[in-house]
Design a protein around this ligand. Structure first.
Ligand code: ADP
Ligand code: ZN
Ligand code: MG
Length: 459
């Protein structure tokens, strides 16, 4: 059984309780700070409404019941990353509760979604476990996070990874998660065969979550196999060795002594605010997938590939105006495959719907061979040259009027009489052989169907 507590950074411009900026990669440590996010005596937090808007959207998108009134509490503990000795979070009443995410047809239940501030970051020169000292950077202190707590509904590390993929897709659709700059952190809970639950704390990134869960499962299985009992504890994950290690054995919620934060008023989400949030909700991946199937007659596979990435879906819908079937094939099979193979994200390329539309039209008008169309897409992804431009530049567009296809086919038939007579007697392989020769001669500009038509006329 696996349950996750996931923290994601919301993409607001300013921090959760002060107006310090959340971004600026060139900023030196401890420059994006003020008396509030440094927790100085007498400073008073002021809630960032945008962060609440974002959290409400996430809660709605993940099918949660919303609390129309909620408040913030102080979670007290001592650590150098926490200047005021308490973290402002939500405990008693979260923004949303009892939601779910659908992952591969299965419902992963969400217990709660709440808002909290990020602590500072501790910087270690030579790895957290080796370093003799910690440096503290408070730039991150006070950055808005949402925490999502799932029920223990996942049954393998791979399923946990798929849950996170689904979650990220939703966050990207909502535009509340700035890709690349913000990291996802998770506390990963795992138990086997009804044994005690072990929590692997603070695992950063998707791949690491899957790896940490895999390592912890292996550790617990080998303990159980040798007749030992699993102790309930909190562990850390060492990415370098791919193993988990003991952090602490006993710690309960009560130890944090939660108290309501008296500096922050309670938040009341009235019906006017809520209807504004609802009106601003975009079409999400699942309904987009269903619409693509209905509106464009796509297969479930193509529709879910396209809908799983907001950018890909936009490119497709643009190109579908030229021809939905061809656009679906070029975007969900070819383009998605090329991105995947080269490990690049759509947002990192120059790919846009207009250029893909141009390519769709070329394919539709039989002005380019499938092979050259695909190669122009690869060039587009890797070098940013639009397919039409690179096909034109390399003289790979089929100009039906100037290409003497009939003459070329006749010539090849003359040079290969054996293959032609085999074709006449019904040999499919020799057809492919002849088409191959025509393709080579025309640099792939010929339409195979037309070549076959000509051959049939020559029979
Ligand atoms: P506690 O209240 O003791 O902190 P919770 O029941 O609130 O523990 O669960 C915290 C996290 O641990 C949740 O994400 C939950 O899904 C997960 N979890 C709870 N029980 C188990 C279990 N037996 N195996 C794996 N994960 C679990
Ligand atoms: Zn600040
Ligand atoms: Mg927490």
């Amino acid at each position: 059984m696996i349950g996750l507590e996931v923290h994601v950074q919301l993409s607001t411009d300013s921090k959760l309780f002060c107006s310090c900026p959340t971004r600026g990669s060139d900023a030196e440590p401890n420059t994006r700070v003020c008396e509030i996010c440094l927790g100085m005596p007498g400073s008073k937090p002021v809630l960032n409404k945008k962060a609440v808007d974002f959290a409400l959207k996430v809660a709605l998108a993940l099918n949660c019941e919303l609390n129309n009134e909620f408040f913030f509490s102080r979670k007290t503990y001592f650590y150098p990353d926490l200047a005021k000795d308490f973290q402002i979070t939500q405990y008693e009443v979260p923004v949303g509760k009892n939601g779910f995410a659908e992952v591969g047809g299965k419902k992963i239940r969400l217990r709660r979604i709440h808002l909290e501030e990020d602590p500072a970051s501790l910087v270690h020169e030579s790895g957290a476990r080796q370093s003799a000292y910690s440096l503290v950077d408070y730039n991150r202190s006070g950055i808005p996070l949402i925490e999502l707590v799932t029920e223990p509904d996942m049954q393998s590390p791979a399923e946990a990874r798929r849950f996170l993929d689904t979650l990220l897709t939703t966050l990207n659709y909502l535009g509340v998660y700035a890709h690349g700059e913000s990291v996802l952190k998770a506390d990963c809970n795992l138990s086997i065969d009804g044994g005690s639950r072990v929590e692997v704390k603070n695992v950063t990134g998707f791949r690491a979550v899957e790896a940490a869960l895999g390592a912890e499962e292996k550790r617990q299985r080998s303990l159980v196999d040798s007749g030992k009992k699993i102790e309930m504890e909190t562990r850390g994950f060492d990415e370098a060795t791919g193993t988990t290690y003991t952090l602490r054995k006993k710690e309960t919620e009560e130890d944090y002594g939660f108290i309501v934060d008296p500096d922050l008023p309670k938040v009341v989400v009235d019906s006017k605010w809520l209807s504004l949030i609802k009106a601003g909700m975009p079409e999400l991946a699942d309904s987009k997938k269903k619409r693509f199937m209905k509106e464009f007659g796509l297969s479930e596979y193509d529709a879910s590939v396209l809908a799983s990435d907001k950018g890909l879906a936009e490119v497709f819908e643009d190109a579908a105006k030229a021809d939905a079937k061809i656009a679906a094939r070029l975007v969900s099979r070819e383009l998605a495959g090329i991105l995947n193979y080269n490990r690049v994200k759509l947002g990192e390329t120059k790919v846009n719907g207009k250029a893909i539309s141009e390519l769709v039209l070329l394919v539709k008008g039989s002005k380019v061979s499938d092979k050259n169309a695909k190669e122009s897409l690869i060039k587009y992804v890797l070098e940013g040259i639009s397919p039409k431009e690179s096909l034109e530049k390399n003289n790979l567009l089929i100009d039906v009027s100037s290409l003497d296809l009939e003459g070329i086919v006749k010539e090849i038939v003359k040079e290969n009489p054996g293959a032609f007579s085999e074709y006449k007697s019904g040999n499919e392989k020799s057809l492919n052989f002849i088409i191959g020769l025509v393709m080579r001669k025309t640099k792939g500009k010929a339409n195979p169907k037309q070549v076959q038509d000509i051959l049939d006329r020559l029979k």
